[in-house]
Design a binder for this molecule. Structure first.
Ligand code: PLP
Length: 409
């Protein structure tokens, strides 16, 4: 008799985005003529950069000839991409990584979810609240979260990010083994300064904690004083794993490529207190369970770092960030309280009149035909907020804002 991992049964049946899709579908059935503007799911809308397309075409052609065909590649990623990552994303910021510290993957979601394979089920975890749901759900599956009571997992330390603290989390109320930080933040669109991030690195150093740092949105940072990588903070290589993605940086949501940095200096412990390097463990895990990202994809990702690629992806990021500015200004002019959108493609909107996240979601859908994401879907701390994304088409963004102005003013 095969026994299941019963922790899976604790997961809530409905995934946030399928709940939203159901509501939108039933609206469409009853209002077939209405034009819905989707500002909910964090998917991009603009095509891949021409330099990426060209590199991928070339790679496809290589696959057509015996001499240039590529079969299985290195599980960790091809050296050409790893070198480009180290040079462009890290060395340029004074961070020196060895090739063996970079693990190319099919995206940050898999890595954030799989990383727990290396860690015991009884580690305590801390998450900022609200948060990207994958951190919690993947830990539910591994049995680290306890039971769900009033929307909170009993064994998770929630670290509130609220209007009152300007969305800058305080250190956890009790010691945790593993802390998830995501900056620029999904869903609040807020960032941490170097000083604020330093506080976390120092806490982790002093308390033997492991930080999972998700910087999937680092390319959206506009303010030169905001750190792009946790390794900009001294000592961080001893305590942090960093996740990156080409999804939002270069429109790879459908292509799939990301990478994870596991520094060689980073250790965790056996029960007996012996230090074990996580780099070796993650390498072993990947070699066992992952067969590498496709050659064609990695050639496409490499082209993101070419001079043309850099210019082209910057143009698309600027396009989305202009959407974010338009949204921020329009929503503020309607008297709404709005956060984020300055160094991230997300706008975090306080619902008016004390409405719950879902109530406001329904009103937006039915009264102005705009789809957002209810903040409470990102954790209890998101109640009373709605997330809007700046990844839309410009005309749709302008139309959505004009509908909102007419509705609210
Ligand atoms: N991390 C965060 C914070 C995200 O918001 C997302 C996607 O929305 C991901 C990771 C997933 O990225 P990828 O497409 O590389 O799996």
């Amino acid at each position: 008799m095969a026994l299941i991992n019963e922790h899976f049964l604790k997961l809530q049946n409905n995934y946030l985005f399928s709940d939203i899709a159901k509501k939108v579908n039933s609206f469409k059935v009853t209002h077939p003529k209405k034009k819905i503007i989707r500002m909910g799911i964090g998917d991009v809308t603009q095509p891949l950069a021409p330099a990426v397309i060209e590199a991928m075409h070339k790679a496809v052609d290589e696959m057509a000839s015996k001499d240039t065909f590529h079969g299985y590649g290195p599980e960790q990623g091809y050296p050409f991409l790893i070198d480009a990552i180290i040079k462009n994303d890290y060395a340029s910021r004074g961070i020196f990584l060895e090739p063996g510290e970079v693990f190319v993957s099919d995206g940050a979601k898999s890595d954030c979810g799989n990383i727990g394979d290396m860690l015991r089920h009884d580690n305590s975890i801390g998450v900022t609240d609200p948060v990207y749901p994958v951190y919690i759900d993947s830990n539910v599956m591994s049995g680290r979260t306890g039971t769900l009571e009033d929307g909170k997992w009993s064994d998770v330390v929630y670290i509130p990010c609220t209007e009152a603290n300007d969305f800058v989390p305080d250190l956890p109320s009790r010691r945790v083994d593993i802390i998830y930080l995501c900056y620029p933040n999904n869903p609040t669109g807020t960032t941490l300064t170097k000083e604020e991030l330093k506080k976390w690195v120092n806490y982790a150093l002093a308390n033997d904690c492991l930080i999972m740092y998700d910087s999937a949105y680092e390319a959206y940072i506009q303010d030169p004083n905001i750190p792009h990588s946790i390794y900009e903070i001294k000592g961080a290589k001893k305590v942090a794993i960093e996740f990156r993605s080409f999804s939002k940086t270069a429109g790879f949501t459908g292509v799939r490529c990301g990478y994870t940095i596991v520094p060689k200096e980073l250790n965790a412990f056996t029960l007996a207190g012996e230090r074990v390097p996580l780099n070796r463990m993650w390498n072993r895990r990947q070699c066992t369970k992952f067969n590498g990202t496709s050659y064609i994809t990695q050639r496409g990702a490499e082209a993101v770092y070419s001079p043309e690629g850099k210019t082209q992806i910057r143009k698309t990021i600027d396009y989305y960030m202009t959407n974010a500015r338009i949204m921020r200004e329009s929503l503020r002019s309607c008297g709404l309280r709005v956060y984020g959108g300055e160094n991230a493609p997300y706008i975090w909107l306080k619902t008016p009149d004390g409405l719950s996240s879902w109530k406001f979601f329904d009103k937006l859908l039915y009264e102005v035909n705009i789809v957002g994401t209810p903040g409470v879907g990102f954790g209890p701390g998101g109640e009373g907020f709605l997330r809007l994304t700046a990844f839309g088409d410009r005309n749709d963004t302008l139309e959505a804002m004009s509908r909102l102005k007419k509705w609210l003013l």
